[in-house]
Ligand binder design. Sequence first.
Ligand code: A2R
Length: 312
Amino acid sequence: MENRAVIITGGGGFVGRHLIAELQATKAFDRIIVFDRNMADFGPGVESYALDITDIESKKELIRKVQPTWVIHLAAIAGVGFSIEHPDITRTINVFGTKSLLETTISASPATKFLVISSADIYGAVSSDPIPELSLASARPRNPYAESKLEMEALIEKEFNDRCIRVRPFPHVGPGQQKGFVTADFASQIAAIEAGTSEPIISVGNLTAVRDFSDVRDVVRAYRLLLERGVVGEAYHVASGVGRSIESVLTSLLAMSRVAIRTELDQSRMRPSDTPTVVGNAEKLKAATGWNPAIPFEQTLADVLNDWRNRK
Ligand code: A2R
């Protein structure tokens, strides 16, 4: 039998840990290798290497030996806030890190294919509801993170399209996500209030924005299905197709709280140039792979809140 190996860059992050669980549960690969700038123990069956992807040259011999069937490229600066403060670092990692990953891997392992994770943030100010996969020329990014993902996709379209599938996930949430993302921010505050370590007040930003949230576990299932059935050279959305206001997310989480909590507006959490409604159309993904979201959103929120309750 063919020995199938996958390299996951950024496998130590929020999505990576769920992706590894998905690939292990489905026995999709014989060998799973993680490259991440943070060293981590993923348990049996996963080899991991501490590596900054901008220094991928140092792993060229390993890649030559492994001849991975797929590279799933998650490593990135994923936070909009950080990207606004550090646009140069964001571009270096998200654009030039990707370029060097692609060049180095292809030169060491010419048959490898890539699943590259971009972002629906590239659309920015585009107002279409729901948004289908649009050309890069129509994207209107509104922050350095989105700009870097757009530039990365443009590079792939131009030079590496014959070996890459691109994915544009809409916001995804679930257990393990760090603060800086809306459900994690709310749930972490509720958990701290329940534990008696915070005042019973939640500070909130723009609650009127409508976003399309998926459960990260549904998202990583989509990534696995794209490896099996996606078409190289194409870009796919991963989205629920359902718009939810941030206010409704907060209301649902507050309803799960074990204590009474009041809310307070925090100007510093009002992101500049927010787009009022962003909902994605994932029909292309569904047609190609048969994917559909499986986890009810209320379940996702309950799992996120329980995750924060259990964090030490
Ligand atoms: O930023 P850190 O220190 O938490 O490390 C992140 C890692 N990473 C890198 N690894 C190697 N070389 C780099 N230059 C580099 N820069 C960042 O990638 C982290 O361990 C992982 C990304 O995980 P998260 O920040 O938790 O992002 P998440 O939500 O898992 O997003 C995965 C992908 C990204 O491409 C997003 O832009 C996209 O999905 O939405």
